[in-house]
Design a protein around this ligand. Sequence first.
Ligand SMILES: Cc1cc2nc3c(=O)[nH]c(=O)nc-3n(C[C@H](O)[C@H](O)[C@H](O)COP(=O)(O)O)c2cc1C
Length: 190
Amino acid sequence: MKKSLGAKTLVYPTPAWIVAVYDQAGKPNAMTVAWAGLCCSDPPAVAVSVRQETYTYQCLLDRQSFTVNVPSEQYLKEIDFMGIVSGRNTDKFSLTGLTPLKSDLVDAPYIKEFPLNLECKLIHTLEVGLHTQFVGQILDVKVGSQFLTKQGIPDLKKINPVIFANGMYYGIGEVLGKAFSIGKNIAPPF
Ligand SMILES: Cc1cc2nc3c(=O)[nH]c(=O)nc-3n(C[C@H](O)[C@H](O)[C@H](O)COP(=O)(O)O)c2cc1C
C-alpha cells in the first residue's frame, strides 16, 4: 500500500550547488541552489531554478552568464550561509573568505576553493512559477587536479559533494556498481 503525499517538491537526490554571478557593479555574488540539475547532453547544459526576489536573479539576466560550483562537504557552513543571506546587502565572498576567480569564457566568477566549476552561458529562461529556470550551456568544466583519478577523470569520492534532502545535508555513499553494465545481469540487451 502506497501513501500519497500530495503535490510537493519531493524527489531525491537534489544537490547543494553554488551559483556565482557578477552584479551590475562587478561585485561577485553567490547563492545556494538545490532545484538544479543537468538538462541536456548536446549542447551540454545545466538548469538552475532561482526566485525573482534573490539578488542573483537580476545578475543572471544582466550578465547572461553564471557558474555552477560544486562544493565539498568540508564547506557545509559556507553552503548554508550562502543560502541564508543575500548579496544585496552583504559581500558573501569577503565574509566567507572564499575566492572568486574570473572565468575564462563567461562573464561570471567561479569559486577557487570548490573542486568542480562549470562555466555557463545563459541560453534559455523559463518562467515556471515562483522559480524561473535558467538554462546554461556549459562552455567549460574546471576541476582541481587533486580531485582527478590517475586516469584523469573527476573522482567523486575526492570531490565529496553534498546532497540536500528534507531540509538536511547528506554526504554521498559508496560506489554501488557500474552503469550501463550491471543491468545486463537481468537479461542480455535485445
Ligand atoms: C540548501 C539550500 C538550497 C536552496 N535552493 C534554492 C534554489 O534552488 N532556488 C532558490 O531560488 N533559492 C534557493 N535557496 C535560497 C537562496 O540560496 C537564498 O535565498 C539566498 O540568500 C539568495 O541569495 P542572493 O539574494 O544573494 O541571490 C536555497 C537555500 C539553501 C540553504
